[in-house]
Ligand binder design. Structure first.
Ligand code: URA
Length: 201
């Protein structure tokens, strides 16, 4: 029988697979509706997330809630996770060894939830999902074909909080998300073989 999110969380345990375990207060596994059509993937927990053990509960998370509300959704309609599950010191970008150790859990979460649309929040998550470094300002708001889902990279809400010009762009990204959700075409089938690593290409 297929694994559940609860079983996957148990398997993660009190993880010591990378050195981020030494500085964390809480593992931020992920949260939301296991049957969600829309799944968000962020980069890594920040201070508030590390303190509460939940994804996107700080200022960027509050903006995410408002953006969802603007398109008629609640956070509980979606599932939210991150590429890595422990806070990097000073919120630096995840290191390759951290992503390598942690991302199999994101991959399994995606396989359990099977969202129709996977929305990558920001450059780091989009780059991880696409298997290459990306310029988020060039690709945000577009819809790409993924392995069993459509991938929609958007600006990171934290970037919108830093610059007012980004706020208009992220609102447009969420309008595009709303339109993609309303379409009834199916994403490409996932591969029969387990992919060695996540990524579209
Ligand atoms: N930023 C992220 O990328 N993830 C979170 O969970 C919070 C802020």
């Amino acid at each position: 029988m297929a694994k559940t999110l609860e079983e996957l969380r148990e398997e993660l345990g009190e993880c010591t697979r990378c050195s981020l375990c030494r500085g964390r207060n809480n593992i931020v596994f992920g949260d939301g509706n296991p049957d969600a059509q829309l799944m968000f993937v962020g980069e890594a927990p920040g201070r508030a997330e590390d303190a509460q053990g939940l994804p996107f509960v700080g200022p960027a998370g509050k903006l995410l809630d408002r953006l969802l509300e603007d398109i008629g959704l609640k956070r509980g309609d979606t599932y939210i996770a991150n590429v890595i599950k422990c806070r990097p010191p000073g919120n630096r970008d995840p290191l390759p060894e951290e992503t390598e150790a942690c991302s199999p859990f994101l991959q399994e979460q995606t396989e359990i939830i099977r969202p129709r649309i996977l929305c990558a929040l920001g450059r780091v998550a989009a780059g991880f999902m696409m298997g290459k470094s990306v310029q988020i300002t060039r690709i945000h708001g577009q819809r790409f074909e993924g392995a069993g889902y459509f991938l929609v990279p958007v600006l990171h809400p934290a970037a919108a909080l830093r610059a007012a010009s980004n706020m208009d762009l992220i609102r447009q990204d969420f309008k595009s998300l709303e339109a993609y959700l309303a379409e009834d075409d199916s994403p490409p089938e996932p591969p029969a073989e387990e992919p060695e690593q996540m990524g579209l290409f």
